[in-house]
Ligand binder design. Structure first.
Ligand code: 13P
Length: 249
């Protein structure tokens, strides 16, 4: 059985000390299903302070990293630096990074390889645009995005990779994938892993869904056999994040 995984991607939020405090208090005081792996991903500036004040069951993830360990790369943070700071996870290949910051699947693959080499765990994001879905290209697109990583991850420890399926049209739009759409695509991703890596890796790898997850739709999604958790954006900044964490209870 795959351990249910819920990540909160805070993106470029929160923006005030008061908001950060309220969020931390909420998470520290809530009842959280202890069988769920919970990871939150604040802006890099807040990784260390939040690690120090959040309850220890909640792990931290960076929202990005570079693929070199050190050097003249102004503005970047390295996997080695995250590791040294005690940050266990990094989100890579989020659609906002692919679209706004022009990260190709090859760059995302290099970053994934470097992060794993530094002993970080990776939340690897993939997903199709609305046009790609409407023209029947979803499986092809997510397979190609994953193939770029598979190609450079020959001997990788796949237990350190969580795949986040985030359809671009569902991110921040309030337009969640139906549980059937999510299940179908997750099953296709698992089938791809089975043939491109191995059946054992496909069976063990968590595939989580992201895109307009909220407390109203999380239960139905969570019971799908190939949905192993969520990557939550907007709702991770609100009290309902707790309901999403506890969605399988
Ligand atoms: P929303 O939950 O705000 O749609 O964002 C999803 C996301 O991008 C998580 O990484």
């Amino acid at each position: 059985p795959r351990q249910f995984f819920v990540g909160g991607n805070f993106k470029m939020n929160p923006c005030s000390v008061a908001e950060k405090k309220a969020l931390t208090q909420l998470l520290n005081q809530a009842h959280l299903d202890s069988s769920v792996e919970v990871v939150v991903s604040p802006p890099s500036l807040y990784l260390i302070p939040l690690k120090e004040i959040l309850r220890k069951e909640i792990q931290l993830a960076a929202q990005n990293c570079y693929f070199k360990d050190s050097g003249a790369f102004t503005g970047e943070i390295s996997p080695a630096q995250l590791k040294d700071a005690g940050i266990p996870y990094v989100i890579l290949g989020h659609s906002e990074r692919r679209t706004l910051f022009h990260e190709t699947s090859e760059i995302v693959a290099q970053k994934t390889k470097a992060a794993l080499a530094a002993s970080l765990s990776v939340i690897l994001c993939i997903g199709e645009t609305l046009e790609q879905r409407e023209t029947g290209k979803t499986t092809k697109v997510v397979s190609e995005q994953l193939q770029a990583a598979v190609a450079v991850l020959k001997e990788a420890d796949w237990s350190k990779i969580v795949i986040a399926y985030e359809p671009v049209w569902a991110i921040g739009t309030g337009k969640v994938a139906t549980s059937q759409q999510a299940q179908d695509t997750h099953a296709d991703i698992r089938a791809f892993l089975s043939s491109a890596v191995s059946p054992a890796v496909a069976e063990a790898t968590r595939i989580i869904y992201g895109g307009s997850v909220n407390k109203g739709n999380c239960k139905e999604l969570s019971v799908q056999p190939d949905v192993d958790g969520f990557l939550v954006g907007g709702a991770s900044l609100k009290p309902e994040f707790v309901d999403i964490i506890n969605s399988t209870q």
